[in-house]
Design a protein around this ligand. Sequence first.
Ligand code: SAM
Length: 273
Amino acid sequence: MARDGSYGPQDLDLKLPNSARLYDVFLGGDHNTAEDRSLAERIRLNAPRWSLGAQLNRSFLRRAVQYMVEQGIDQFLDLGSGIPTVGNVHEIAQQHNPDARVVYVDYEAVAYNTARTMLADNPNATILHADLRDPAAVLDHPDTRELLDFSRPVGLLVVGVLLFFSPEDRPGELVRAYREQLVPGSYLAISQASDDDLPPDLQSEIDQVVASYERANEQLTLRDYDEVASWFAGTELVEPGLVHYPDWRSEDEELDDVQLSCRYGYVGVGRVS
Ligand SMILES: C[S@@+](CC[C@H](N)C(=O)[O-])C[C@H]1O[C@@H](n2cnc3c(N)ncnc32)[C@H](O)[C@@H]1O
């Protein structure tokens, strides 16, 4: 939830460090401000594995989309899609199938404007400037209805976003509201930060990250395994289940020991049953 409690698409605010732009810094992007970079640097110093985790999150997104494409999915709804960067969903999907369709949703102005410009000539992908906490605004939007056919399987991506939702945002109910629109054979991908069972050094890093995000537009909520697993109700988790970032089908990637130690989040993909 936005710090000021506001709801709906957010106006451009370049003064307050912003979660979308912090993520952009961690991924090496250039759509960020001096305020964003300063807070990102502080996080990097205190918790180097958090920025590494951002990259692992992004590669999970890529692997999840690739997996879904291999299962025949050719239309995606990407909630909290972020500022376009390396490996955007439409690029991954359309590389495999040029006709694949993607609807991105983000309420942050830089994410929306950058994606809108990038997608101007792409008839099969669009972005909504919308708050995903309003499923009707997303699902009933004319662009969503035009691009996505909900009578066929859809890939629903809720990656790297629910950690910014407080309990009052009722993330489980939100995921269910979207998932209920999906026919069997659709897929749901989720990632979520957690401090389950962390060794003391990593726990200390995560505590500092949570404290740092107090200065940003959105704060972090960590969650345990059972809560994240409950979000996959109505789906069957595909192998290897709900696991830490480095453990989800990362066989083709060379992960070093530091990356392998980034075990402060859960990722999974479920097949709608
Ligand atoms: C960390 S980025 C994740 C980007 C991408 N999903 C990924 O995993 O690479 C989170 C994005 O979610 C967006 N976001 C947060 N709350 C949102 C909301 N209520 N509605 C729409 N977008 C939201 C932020 O603006 C940000 O761009």
